[in-house]
Write a protein that binds this ligand. Structure first.
Ligand code: SF4
Ligand code: SF4
Length: 344
């Protein structure tokens, strides 16, 4: 069943939902940037906002986290560190939820990751549909859309003064049913309005880049193509740190006297030291090769394995990269290369 909830009642609903937990929601910084932030109250959250600057992966797979602690006296007794509080994550966009669905597979398939799954299971996902895609967005080309609902516990669609609300899981049903007094049943006009807004958002995306656009075969790109692009790359890693679908990490042990801890930190295949092995041999010393690998992984190896690209089309890498080497720019450059325009 589809419900409606008035925008002015969202904060009251969230306040009830986070009684025993923490809220993560979009907020505006002093410079106008929008980010997801952990909050104790929903007072200053945004209901209308552009795609937040950073992807939400940090809340499930933190940039740095202590996995466990140990002591010199009894190193076999490991003290695992898990988050204490459940979370309500409000305002993810559909493309970020699609990335979470893919992260679920990544973190569970070979070596199930207890830290990731602990956070994921204890988080209620409330998605806020994207009715005004940004010019950098191309989710339609990557198997997603402004109305993609899989993985959301509650899916909200902004139709003006109210949100349409649909539950997609038991957790989501409970979040609505327990506080049913905040909700009413949606009427036909509201449902029609929602359809119209989704169509408009989809049409905007189609104007950016049609979903039917054929992605050129990345294996056909000559090494000169990657050499040229790599001249603009600073190996800063912003592209992968901002990407909701980059999950490379490094593990280090830190000891202090008789105490120690094992720490996991984000890493990136774009860093020169990423493939350096014991003895100093480095498989990927060449920057052009590293870029080629990054994009080949996302556009060829990932789809071959998971039947969907390693990109959701969120466009964050385009915003983050000083050298204009976002996914969208690389797709456009590949297209020019194939059509021969790059030589003109
Ligand atoms: S953000 Fe751009 S400059 Fe930085 S590593 Fe990625 S491609 Fe290179
Ligand atoms: S590659 Fe770029 S556009 Fe694709 S999901 Fe990652 S950050 Fe978003």
């Amino acid at each position: 069943m589809t419900f409606i909830i008035a925008k002015e009642r969202i904060t009251s609903w969230l306040r009830k939902l986070i009684k025993q937990g923490i809220l993560v929601a979009p907020v505006s910084l002093a410079n106008g940037d929008v980010i997801f932030k952990e909050l104790l109250t929903p007072d200053n959250i945004l209901l209308e906002y552009d795609q937040p600057l950073f992807s939400p992966k940090n809340f499930f797979f933190p940039q740095q986290e202590t996995l466990f602690k140990f002591t010199k006296q009894s190193p076999q007794n490991l003290e695992a560190i898990f988050d204490k509080f459940p979370r309500v994550f409000f305002g993810l966009r559909p493309c970020d939820v699609k990335a979470l669905n893919q992260a679920d597979v990544f973190f569970s398939e070979y070596y199930p990751d207890p830290y990731y799954s602990w956070r994921r299971k204890r988080t209620l996902i409330i998605t806020n549909s994207c009715t005004q895609p940004l010019s950098r967005c191309f989710c339609n080309l990557m198997g997603c859309s402004p109305s993609y609902q899989q993985g959301s516990d509650v899916f909200l669609l902004d139709i003006g003064d109210v949100f349409l609300a649909t539950a997609h899981s038991e957790k989501g049903e409970k979040a609505i049913e327990t506080f049913r007094h905040f909700f009413a049943e949606a009427d036909i006009c509201q449902l029609e309005c929602a359809k119209h807004l989704v169509s408009e958002a989809e049409a905007t995306l189609e104007n950016h880049i049609p979903a039917s656009t054929k992605i050129p075969d990345i294996t056909q790109m000559p090494s000169a193509f990657w050499e040229k692009i790599s001249k603009r790359c600073f190996s800063c890693g912003s592209c992968s740190y901002n990407c909701p679908l980059c999950f490379c990490y490094n593990i280090v042990d830190r000891a202090d006297g008789s105490f120690g801890k094992r720490i996991r930190t984000w890493d990136s295949c774009i860093f020169e030291g990423f493939s350096r092995m014991a003895g100093g041999h480095n498989l990927d010393k060449n920057k052009a090769q590293r870029l080629q690998k990054r994009f080949t992984h996302k556009l060829k190896l990932y789809p071959e394995k998971y039947n969907t690209p390693g990109c959701t089309g969120c466009g964050r890498c385009s915003s983050a990269c000083l050298g204009r080497i976002g996914m969208k720019e690389v797709l456009q450059a590949m297209d020019k290369e194939v059509s021969g325009d790059a030589q003109k």
